[in-house]
Design a protein around this ligand. Structure first.
Ligand SMILES: [Ca+2]
Ligand SMILES: [Ca+2]
Ligand SMILES: [Ca+2]
Length: 278
């Protein structure tokens, strides 16, 4: 009713949240009353109440949703297994565990010309050759953002490649940038792939469990975004590489170039300051 009255009285696109092309910018996919464009965490109750590692703390209140570790060396509320920086100031922004099929289908789209992807309730699966991007911004516009992908493979000794599109468009473009982990089944490395080429880390041994996490740090710079991309196990050190994106970020997404893999969750942290990247 309120909107109808405003429409009659005003008819202005800004109030209705319409941009110049008539696209509604005020969609609220998770129905929490916060428009997607402003929502720091687009998830449904299915994600909020899930307890990914079973420590009795729901993901909504758990700053480290994939590890039961309790040590918090810098006492910033993010336990050491997840803490992106050793100095206090990290904030847990969002845990996405893809618990709503309806939201998954609306929020994520396969990229043009690629295989259909599958998202099952509770975890996300990318098949060889598929990648997809978010239809809404999901990366906060904070001075420092950290994206943790808790993931694994169904066959730990099978080759696989899975990653995050840090900046990608609905169709493939030379500007696309990915942070990804690549394994031959025994050893893996992490790499940043983008328009300026690829930087790759030293090789790391693959765990027996096939479980690992991939982490990307993002910090805006004067001419784009500085990136650090790492891979490791909860509680263990990560192997990192650093790179730079020469433009504002496009959309976030996922890519699986080889092997069946599952993604347990995407966990987002941020900071209000600009500490040095690893
Ligand atoms: Ca919302
Ligand atoms: Ca938990
Ligand atoms: Ca901490």
């Amino acid at each position: 009713m309120w909107r109808s009255l405003v429409l009659l009285a005003c008819g202005c696109n800004q109030v209705l949240g319409l941009d110049q092309t008539g696209v509604d910018m005020r969609t609220d996919l998770d129905g929490d009353g916060i428009a997607d464009i402003e929502d720091p965490c687009i998830v449904t109750d299915a994600d909020l109440i899930r307890d990914s590692e079973g420590d009795g703390v729901a993901n909504a209140d758990d700053p480290c949703p994939f590890s039961r570790g309790t040590a918090d060396g810098d006492r910033d509320g993010i336990t050491d297994d997840c803490d992106p920086f050793a100095t206090a100031g990290d904030r847990h922004v969002c845990s996405m565990v893809f618990g709503s099929r309806a939201l998954n289908a609306t929020l994520w789209s396969p990229r043009a010309g690629e295989q259909e992807f599958a998202i099952a309730t509770g975890y996300l699966i990318g098949f060889e050759g598929s990648s997809f991007v978010a239809n809404q911004p999901i990366v906060p516009k904070s001075p420092t953002v950290v994206l943790d992908l808790a993931a694994g493979t169904f066959g730990p000794y099978d080759p696989f490649s899975v990653g995050m599109w840090l900046s990608a468009f609905p169709t493939h473009e030379p500007r696309d940038v990915a942070c990804r982990v690549v394994s031959d089944g025994t050893l893996f490395h992490v790499e940043i792939v983008g328009p300026t080429g690829m930087v790759s880390s030293p090789l790391v041994n693959v765990s027996d469990t096939g479980y690992y996490y991939l982490r990307a740090y993002l910090q805006p710079s004067l001419d784009g975004v500085n990136v650090a991309c790492g891979v490791g196990y909860p509680g263990d050190g990560l192997a990192y590489v650093r790179g730079h994106i020469d433009a504002p970020l496009a959309n976030f997404g996922f890519v699986a170039d080889a092997g069946a893999t599952y993604v347990e969750g995407l966990f987002v942290y941020d900071r209000a300051d600009l500490p040095s990247l690893p």
